[in-house]
Design a protein around this ligand. Structure first.
Ligand code: NAD
Length: 306
């Protein structure tokens, strides 16, 4: 097994470019419409582990001039309280995007969010309308992490069309949307998961591997084909350090490129989310109220899109 050492695909520089585009867009929007769009981040309970991630989103808003609003509901808030809060936020003219901390406390079903969240403000693509649009090949709001993973490939000049791609993970937030986006870009896609009989064999055949399993060290150098492109999306804490799902040392020696953790997809995710926010803001300000019905035309896919 030769090839390697892998080129590292770092998201930071691309994220800075994306953010500067968003900052210009925010300034133009403000001049045109007379207000600054806002992103509301809703948290139930103070000490949730995802709080750090949500604060990073708010920091990202500040960098580009978007209004970031943290909405903290008390630890014991119930489904009715969250429902009322989300409906109120979705009635505010300036609130163009709403993100809700996940996972929710066990007593609040995800259904509460889906019923109350305006799909036109669902900038992280969790609503079934947006998920359905993606599945059918129309332009809805995409889950930001999956979108960032595929954008990192494309903006790094890595061809996707015609490639054999393996996605490890089938969640609604990362694995499935990443697979659908790779399919849209013309890859031949296999989705692997906990039921996959021989993960190593599937990975070995792949020219592109996107891994989002939440399992440190899952993808090793011995599993990947020489020259393959590996995108690590996993986020795990091991001995107080953030690591991905890839044994980076082993994989770098064999692969052609690696998007590492930290420093790969992560930095791009927030910047991509802000582009979604500005798209929502424009749709709303220009009267295209519903993300779905506004965009029932097929996305121009790489190739014929069929
Ligand atoms: P999840 O737990 O909902 O899904 C994990 C998926 O991986 C499942 O579909 C499961 O079938 C598969 N899987 C787990 N272990 C496996 C194994 N041994 N072999 C094959 N498949 C296996 O997690 P998620 O929400 O999709 O997140 C996945 C990872 O991505 C997590 O580490 C999470 O922290 C990370 N993540 C990163 C970002 C980011 O911005 N970079 C955002 C969201 C999630």
């Amino acid at each position: 097994m030769t090839e390697g050492p892998a080129r590292l695909l770092r998201g930071g520089e691309i994220a800075a470019e994306v953010r500067s585009g968003v900052a210009a867009d925010v300034a133009a929007f403000r001049a045109e419409h007379g207000y600054v769009p806002e992103l509301a981040v809703v948290i139930v309970g103070r000490d949730a582990p995802s709080t750090v991630y949500l604060h990073k989103i708010l920091d990202g808003c500040r960098l580009v001039g978007i209004g970031g609003r943290l909405v903290e509901l008390p630890e014991d808030a119930d489904a009715e309280r969250l429902d009322a809060e989300l409906r109120a936020l979705c009635r505010e003219r300036t609130v163009a995007g709403v993100i809700v901390q996940q996972p929710l406390p066990a007593r609040i079903p995800l259904r509460t969010v889906i019923d109350a969240l305006d799909p036109a403000r669902d900038i992280d693509g969790i609503h079934p309308l947006n998920a359905g649009l993606l599945a059918l090949g129309y332009e809805g709001f995409l889950p930001a992490t999956a979108h960032a993973a595929v954008q990192l490939l494309l903006r790094s000049g890595i061809a996707v069309r015609g490639k054999r791609a393996v996605v490890i993970g089938r969640s609604n937030v990362v694995g499935k949307p990443a697979a659908l986006l790779l399919l849209r870009e013309g890859a031949t896609v296999t989705i692997c998961h906990t039921g996959t009989a021989d993960l190593a064999a599937e990975v070995r055949r792949a020219e592109i591997v996107v891994v989002a399993a939440g399992h440190p060290g899952l993808v090793t150098g011995a599993m990947v084909a020489p020259g393959a492109v590996i995108v690590d999306v996993g986020i795990n804490v091991v001995d107080g350090r953030i690591v991905g799902d890839v044994d980076a040392e082993g994989v770098v020696a064999v692969a052609g490129a690696l998007a590492p953790v930290p420093g790969g997809v992560g930095p791009l995710t927030n910047a991509i989310l802000l582009t979604h926010l500005m798209r929502a803001a424009r749709n709303l300000a220009e009267g295209r109220r519903d993300a779905g019905t506004a965009s029932l035309h097929p996305v121009p896919a790489a190739g014929a899109g069929r």
